[in-house]
Ligand binder design. Structure first.
Ligand code: NAD
Ligand code: TDX
Length: 331
């Protein structure tokens, strides 16, 4: 199998490439990545000799056509991925998430290539804190932010290209990922690296917002299950029953790093901040026999703290610029 991975130098994409090289050595991997502020070739250094890397933009139709023509399967991770950035400047989100996905869909349509689309649970909007419901594949789309609305738009393009043009597509919508190689702008790495730097963790609003955490390795094993056994045209929700409120996560980071559990600051809230996400992954489990391996969040978080502690050279170059952006937002 010749596999084209877009966004393979980002957080989830690079972990996916590592897992693929390790567990599917027969697969020929090509990564297409523009190396934006969020992409880092260092994340692929451990597998550099086993893959082909193409630096380029998913909105470049000629490049995309050439790479897709040489692939049997495309897995599309590339995106602008950070909600706070989408509130400061939505344009790159429209460009990459919508025009980029359109460009890939046109190429896989021309070449008859199998396509898997990586998306997020944020397309469903949010749930009340006390609502027993979780998101299912039938939940109506109701995105809140420029980020999630452009992801929702890209999902709808995929559905239309599958139905009207017969594109051989599947979609997955996953909950919040954590693990190694995640940019320090995101919640968990930001707080871990703050603690390493002697800065108090920052909680938006009251800290009561709930996210449904899944280890990135579990997300990627689910993606592989869908590539191998997923039904064409279907949407699969990926989640590992990892609901936690942000305050509990920060307190656990503080405890695991030997700090007082109340050594954090409450800062101004994110506009439009989604209250709660929760995934019901029954379809993935029942149909494809998938199950997560990292169900103990405390252990997974401790391993992630160890990774950031041991890999300061990976995240340090991004830290000051990231905190400067947050300082401008007063967060
Ligand atoms: P990330 O920001 O860490 O990585 C994105 C990668 O895409 C980077 O390497 C970047 O250089 C590349 N990229 C951005 N624009 C590009 C363009 N125009 N052309 C080519 N490459 C470009 O993101 P992530 O957290 O790894 O997310 C990957 C995917 O998973 C996204 O589609 C995101 O919506 C989805 N997702 C993320 C999470 C999460 O918790 N992080 C959860 C569910 C779904
Ligand atoms: O410093 C912070 N303090 C804080 O309280 C940051 C950076 C975040 N937060 C809160 C906001 C959210 O409730 O923590 C939660 C997680 O924030 P993010 O890491 O920015 O993630 P989120 O907005 O939930 O979106 C993530 O999950 C779904 C990914 O960034 C998306 O790409 C994915 O689609």
């Amino acid at each position: 199998m010749r596999l084209l991975v877009t966004g393979g130098a980002g957080f989830i994409g690079s972990n996916f490439v590592h897992q693929t090289v390790r567990e599917h050595p027969e697969v020929e991997v090509t990564v297409l990545d523009a190396l934006t502020y969020a992409g880092d070739e260092k994340s692929l250094a451990p597998v550099a000799d086993a893959i082909t890397f193409a630096k380029g933009d998913i909105t470049d139709a000629d490049l995309v056509d050439e790479l897709v023509s040489d692939a049997d399967v495309v897995v599309h991770f590339a995106a602008e991925s950070h909600n706070d950035n989408s509130l400061s400047n939505p344009w790159p989100f429209v460009q990459t998430n919508i025009i980029g996905t359109f460009t890939l869909l046109e190429a896989v349509r021309r070449h008859g290539t199998r396509y898997h689309h990586i998306s997020t649970d944020e397309v469903y909007g949010d749930l009340e804190l006390d609502d027993p419901a979780k998101f299912t594949p039938e939940t109506p789309y109701n995105p809140s932010s420029p980020y999630s609305s452009t992801k929702a738009g890209s999902d709808l393009l995929v559905r239309a290209w599958a139905r009207s043009f017969g594109v051989q597509a599947t979609i997955s919508n996953c909950s919040n990922n954590y693990g190694p190689y995640q940019h320090v702008e995101k919640f968990i790495p930001r707080q871990i690296t703050n603690v390493i730097d002697g800065i108090r963790p920052k909680l938006y609003g009251t800290g009561e917002n709930v996210r449904d955490w899944i280890h990135v390795e579990d997300h990627n094993s689910a993606v592989w299950a869908i590539i191998e056994r997923g039904r064409i045209g279907e949407t699969y929700l990926i989640g590992a029953n990892g609901e936690q409120n942000n305050k509990d996560v920060v307190e656990l980071i503080l405890e695991l790093t030997g700090q007082p559990r109340d050594a954090y600051d409450l800062v101004s809230d994110r506009p439009g901040h989604d209250l709660r996400y929760a995934i019901d992954s029954f379809k993935l489990r029942d149909e494809l026999g998938w199950a997560p391996q990292y169900e103990n969040f405390r252990d997974g978080l401790a391993a992630t703290i160890d990774w950031y502690t041991a890999n300061e050279g990976w995240w340090r170059p991004q830290k000051d610029a990231t905190e400067a952006k947050y300082a401008q937002l007063g967060r």
